[in-house]
Ligand binder design. Structure first.
Ligand SMILES: [Zn+2]
Length: 333
């Protein structure tokens, strides 16, 4: 077998257990000698079973519904479209109100992109239950839509209910978007180079793709190995390094023009839980454990500080990449 990112030689790394849902099934992973990426040796035939809709986090319901309703009542239709991203604009004003967490969250998805219009075509790939897409639509973005192969029910196409399709990335070839979001998706796809090529094909010259993904060249991965919480076997099929992401982008005719660390204390406290044999989902209570159930406030602060220090050294366990098409040299146009 060769590396799914760079084609390099891979060798056995370890066997890790499914610990998020608590199934404790065993999965073998390999590591690339060239780019350091981690890859599952064999994709389980019953992979859908690991996306149990009752338990898998991104397919669960609409936790922030109340906050969104409050926000919607407050915003009404009084949006200044030209200034939504300025300090005095939409997000700035929202941030000063009590609904600021929602506004800040949306800003983190849109703010760094060249999207400055509610007419922008936005695609959330691997949108889960569609929570982000609905938030975007509710905040005025008319052409936000989502795809997810594991979605329970499709909907949409109206203002109240944006378009959500049960589809894989290969199904969107031929369409065109201004902003494509992949938030913890790249590590779930079987064929990263093919996915990247499809993404490149739906981006226009000014479009942007934002990819947030766990990265294997990180302190938490080095320290915790098979217990690294971001490994998430067997759902995470391919975990790149930063170098592997650059190679992948290049091969698809894209460039990473900006990247930033995105890890949090979770990469340490979650890994610490797995090392102690504790699963994230508590089957008895039918809900996810909270960090506070197991760790003191001081311990949690310590994990946050460790994540910040790792990020400062370029060893965060998650990275956010911003990609665009490589501009053709003048002579070639
Ligand atoms: Zn490789």
């Amino acid at each position: 077998m060769s590396c799914r990112f760079c084609g390099g030689r891979v060798e056995d790394a370890f066997v890790a257990l499914e610990m998020m849902l608590g199934l404790r099934t065993e999965h073998r992973y390999t590591e690339c000698r060239e780019c350091g990426s981690l890859q599952i040796a064999a994709i389980p035939e019953d992979i859908r079973r690991y996306y149990d809709q009752g338990a898998y986090y991104s397919l669960q319901g609409e936790g922030e519904q109340d906050a969104r309703d409050a926000l919607r009542a407050w915003i009404g239709n009084r949006l200044d479209r030209a200034q939504i991203f300025s300090e005095r604009g939409f997000f700035g004003r929202l941030a000063r109100r009590r609904a600021s967490p929602v506004a800040e969250r949306l800003k983190s998805y849109i703010g760094e992109s060249p999207v400055h219009s509610f007419n922008a075509r936005i695609l959330d790939v691997g949108c889960g239950s569609g929570a982000l897409v609905r938030e975007l639509a509710m905040h005025g973005f008319r052409h936000a839509e989502g795809i997810d192969p594991f979605m329970a029910s499709e909907s949409g196409g109206t203002e109240a209910s944006p378009r959500l399709r049960r589809a894989a990335i290969s199904d969107i070839a031929g369409e065109r978007f201004d902003l494509v979001l992949l938030t913890h998706v790249m590590e779930h796809v079987e064929n990263p180079p093919e996915t990247m090529t499809t993404i490149a094909s739906v981006l226009g010259p000014r479009s942007v793709c934002r990819i947030e993904v766990p990265v294997a060249d990180s302190e938490a991965r080095r320290v915790y190995g098979k217990d690294w919480v971001e490994l998430d076997p067997p759902r995470h099929l391919n975990i790149p390094t930063r170098h592997a992401m650059r190679r992948l982008a290049e091969k698809a005719g894209l460039e990473i023009y900006r990247s930033e660390p995105a890890g949090t204390g979770f990469e340490f406290w979650g890994s610490e839980m797995y090392r102690r044999g504790v699963t994230l989902f508590d089957r008895d209570r039918g809900q996810y454990r909270e960090a506070r159930d197991l760790f003191t406030d001081a311990a949690l602060r310590g994990f946050d500080e460790r994540a910040a220090a790792a990020a400062a050294r370029g060893e965060s366990g998650r990275e956010r990449f911003y990609l665009r098409r490589v501009a053709l040299p003048r002579a070639a146009v």
